[in-house]
Design a protein around this ligand. Structure first.
Ligand code: KIV
Length: 281
């Protein structure tokens, strides 16, 4: 399926032009119904490779494939009209070099209709970001904690503390100078996020990176409180859908076992026989 040619009302240049103005609002989405809920409220919807953990039960983003990103990208495309739609390039789909990145980014754009791609990495990815940007592929960069490198970091740790801050700052400057239209800053301390946001020309979008950023992003399932067992410090749950869903499922199970569901209003035809069976039980 080709989805190319869709242009949403918010474009990468529009997004970039919002730097330093009203904070930019971003959320992930992986399905059509969720994209429909997110789209009217957000400036950017990200089909994040977090889909691997959130929807597929993977232990990290490392097992996510290009085909998975394309399938979820197509689903989100069907629910997105207004927000800028960005799709993550999964682990292994861009690191070989600019040519590989171009081939796979072009596939993502042509097959999902997204307006931009996101890839992880700073200075080491600058050449690739420049190559893509000059060939009509807007790139959102991602520095600080880059989850695809979790094995190198030895866990999902805050990055850029103390002397390590300069490495992240240089990464942010490099991706900005390479032509990225925006950069995600993940899990970095406030003073560093502030310094970077003041120094670079493109919007910084924080996740665990303080209000000093030009905008914020969360995994939508985190924002909706889908997970009861895992809630990182930087997440604010605006609902408790996980708890509510569990209670609803338990109520359904109880109703079926106690013959309270289906009731008369859910039945086609004569319910008398079913009720008498229920009463006999
Ligand atoms: O994969 C993802 O969802 C992300 C964001 C949360 C920044 O990269």
């Amino acid at each position: 399926m080709s989805a190319a040619g869709n242009v949403n009302s918010i474009t990468p240049p529009d997004f970039q032009a919002q730097k330093g103005k009203t904070p930019l609002v971003c959320l992930t989405a992986y399905t059509t119904p969720m994209a429909r809920l997110v789209d009217p409220h957000c400036d950017l919807v990200l089909v994040g490779d977090s889909v691997g953990m959130v929807l597929h039960g993977l232990p990290s983003t490392i097992g996510v494939t290009l085909d998975m990103m394309i399938m979820h990208g197509q689903a989100v495309r069907r629910g997105t009209e207004r927000a800028l739609m960005v799709v993550d390039m999964p682990f292994g789909s861009y690191e070989e070099g600019p040519q590989q990145a171009l081939r796979n980014a072009a596939r993502l754009m042509a097959e999902t209709g997204c307006a931009a791609v996101k890839l992880e990495g700073g200075e080491t990815m600058a050449e690739t970001i420049a190559f893509l940007s000059r060939r009509g592929i807007p790139v959102m960069a991602h520095v600080g904690l880059t989850p695809q490198a979790v094995n190198t970091f030895g866990g999902y740790k805050v990055q850029g503390r103390g002397g390590d801050g300069d490495r992240i700052r240089q990464d942010a400057v490099a991706v900005s100078e390479a032509g990225a239209f925006s950069v995600v800053l993940e899990k970095v301390p406030e003073p560093l996020a502030r310094t970077i946001t003041e120094e670079i020309a493109i919007p910084t979008i924080g996740i665990g990176a303080s209000p000093a950023c030009d905008g914020q992003i969360l995994v939508v399932d985190d924002a909706l409180g889908m997970f009861t067992d895992f809630r990182p410090k930087f997440v604010k749950a605006y609902a408790e859908l996980g708890r509510d869903a569990e209670a609803a499922i338990a109520a359904y199970a109880g109703d079926v076992r106690q013959n309270r569901f289906p009731a008369a209003e859910h039945v086609f035809g004569d319910i008398a026989q079913s009720i008498s069976r229920g009463n006999a039980a």
